[in-house]
Write a protein that binds this ligand. Structure first.
Ligand SMILES: Nc1ncnc2c1ncn2[C@@H]1O[C@H](COP(=O)(O)OP(=O)(O)O)[C@@H](O)[C@H]1O
Ligand SMILES: [Mg+2]
Length: 572
């Protein structure tokens, strides 16, 4: 029998690997620029002709290579970055697979010139994976890789290349991503001799973001900073009002490494909830950090994707981080005072990029409008709202920093109660107010099941409920979230909602309970509130951390901007 199996020659294996690693010129640009950064370069120059189809050249001032290393670097799986598979955990360099150089060299005519800065430099010419020439050159410390005729020997792949401008765009994106990852390094990208991205060495992350994304986009961003357990999220997200259906930018990093992840982008969008129109796509710049053993960076040939051990956990922290940042933004934007929530570039205005709600906006006052059933007020600091009035017994209206502000009293109170109840459930039980005469209610079987299964939570928020024979329950104590609270009615509506699974989409049982309670316990549209109650409700609302809408995702706050008035009155 003839042998059927043969080991492929290295050049063929490299060409096959090239299919995964080097899909288009931008992939080569990415790999070569990553190598420059891994070599500690502080200045990197990238030149492309015809979108990289005819020429790609990447020059750096990194540590360079000696002659033997330079020859070895062109071999498959030759890498200086890891020695064993266990080194993959926590690997900080971009490269570690040792595939890029041989893969690119196998499908192009490549020249490598490199020097460690002392003695002679080395020059190597490779054509379609075959070394044609190794020589001596004089050059400064660093490395230059010149790639001509990419895919000259793989015509099928060459045919798949797009127009020069589309290939140029892809390379621009690749360089932009790396420039954002390494603000301390300087980058110059030239397309057909014209400079397209030039950023100096030694920038701060914020300066770099503004330089790469442009001041117009940077101005629309607000800071994010959040942590749960071992996950940290920091960075910037776009203000809801500036999100557009097209043209958004997204950039994710995990432990400093750029990666792509549509699920995380969606989790971030979920954090906006109803703060943006459904079709809007906010720009996102998020840096995630976690323990290096919780993330696997070697799951994609071009290292564009990573795998998380706790997928749900990372999605949740991203969503919460966005929600948290937007909650603070809303609180700051509506209060009558100068604030520092804007994205600022150091030097331009002397500000910093960190977000803060000015503390002196919250002078001491005693709250009257209970935050949650029987709970102690979490904050007794009250923002200034100036004159307030109630419109249609439904909206609280006041003058905000940027226009007239309308707050839906029911939705606002719902939000306040939801947060209060969640805090209380987590903190422990709170006694309700004992009733002189118990309230008795007749329930359905399903509702009785609800009372039983939520017994612990009910008592923690202040309801004291006992069976009273048959399908009747007696309520002995109730929470007092506000003066107009009708405890019996709230209880009945709440168990009915829970029995019907009305808030079924909520993540967990406690949130479902809290949302139901908040909805049923909150003041209703049409309830008159006196000025003190209005003020109290607002001050509660603006210390919430949830986004500016209620548990159903409806808006809590609507603004009539000053510009809109001026436009309507023909003043501008
Ligand atoms: N610009 C450069 N400067 C210095 N060394 C380089 C450069 N590019 C590549 N090398 C060396 O060549 C090796 C192989 O590169 P590559 O094929 O991209 O694999 P990897 O980056 O995964 O190690 C690298 O590990 C590094 O030692
Ligand atoms: Mg590499």
């Amino acid at each position: 029998m003839p042998r059927r199996i043969a080991i492929l020659p290295d050049t063929v294996a490299d060409q096959i690997a090239a299919g995964e690693v080097v899909e288009r010129p931008a992939s080569a640009v990415k790999e070569l620029t990553e190598n420059a950064l891994d070599a500690g370069a502080t200045r990197i120059r990238i030149d492309l002709e015809q979108g990289g189809k005819t020429l790609i050249e990447v020059s750096d001032d990194g540590h360079g290579m000696g002659r033997e290393d330079a020859v070895l670097a062109l071999d498959r799986h030759a890498t200086s970055k890891i020695r064993s598979a266990s080194d993959l955990v926590g690997v900080r360099t971009f490269g570690f697979r040792g595939e890029a150089l041989p893969a690119i060299a196998s499908v192009s005519r490549l020249r490598l010139t490199t020097s460690e800065g002392e003695g002679d430099g080395t020059e190597i010419d490779v054509s379609g994976g075959r070394v044609d020439h190794v020589g001596v050159v004089a050059r400064q410390r660093g490395t230059t890789i010149t790639v001509r005729g990419l895919f000259f020997n793989t015509p099928a792949r060459r045919k798949f290349l797009r127009s020069a401008s589309s290939e140029s765009r892809a390379s621009w994106e690749a360089v932009a991503t790396l420039a954002l990852a390494h603000p301390e390094a300087g980058f110059e990208l030239y397309l057909d001799g014209r400079s397209r991205l030039v950023v100096p060495a030694g920038q701060t992350p914020v300066e770099r973001l503004e330089a790469v994304w442009g001041a117009d986009v940077a101005r629309t961003l607000v800071a994010v900073s959040y942590a749960i357990g071992s996950f940290r999220v920091s960075g910037f997200i776009q203000r809801p009002a500036d999100a557009q259906p097209t043209g958004r930018r997204t950039q994710l990093f995990i432990n400093g490494r750029p990666f792509r992840d549509n699920f995380l982008v969606r989790a971030a969008e979920a954090g906006y909830r109803s703060a943006i129109h459904p079709g809007d796509r906010p720009s996102l710049f998020l840096e995630l950090e976690t323990a290096s053993e919780d993330v696997d960076v070697n799951v994609h040939p071009a290292k564009l994707e990573v795998r998380f051990r706790d997928r749900m956990g990372i999605e949740r922290v991203v969503e919460e981080a966005v929600r948290d940042a937007l909650g603070k933004l809303q609180a700051a934007a509506l209060v009558n005072a100068p604030r520092s929530s804007e994205f600022r570039v150091p030097g331009s205005e002397g500000g910093s990029s960190t977000f803060s709600v000015a503390d002196d906006l919250f002078p001491e006052t005693e709250p009257e409008f209970g935050a949650a059933p029987g709970s102690e007020p979490q904050s007794n600091r009250n923002p200034e709202f100036g004159t307030l009035f109630q419109l249609f017994n439904t909206y609280i209206v006041f003058e905000g920093a940027e226009g007239l502000v309308f707050v839906d009293q029911h939705s606002a109170h719902e939000r306040v109660l939801f947060e209060g109840v969640m805090a209380q459930i987590e903190r422990g039980s709170m006694a309700g107010q004992r009733l002189l005469l118990p309230v008795t209610l007749e329930l359905t079987d399903e509702e009785l099941d609800v009372v039983e299964s939520y017994g612990d939570v009910l008592s923690r928020v202040g309801f004291e409920v006992e069976p009273f024979g048959g399908r009747t329950v007696a309520i002995h104590a109730v929470p007092t979230p506000h003066p107009k609270f009708d405890a019996g009615r709230c209880f009945q509506e709440m168990v009915a909602d829970l029995a019907r699974g009305r808030f079924g989409a909520w993540a967990n049982r406690l949130e479902r309970f809290a949302a139901t309670f908040a909805c049923r316990a909150a003041v209703k549209g049409g309830d008159p509130l006196d000025e003190r109650e209005q003020r109290e409700l607002l001050s509660r609302l603006f210390t919430c951390t949830l986004p500016p809408h209620d548990v159903h995702g409806r808006s809590t706050i609507v603004q009539l901007p000053r510009e809109e008035l001026e436009r309507r009155f023909g003043r501008r």
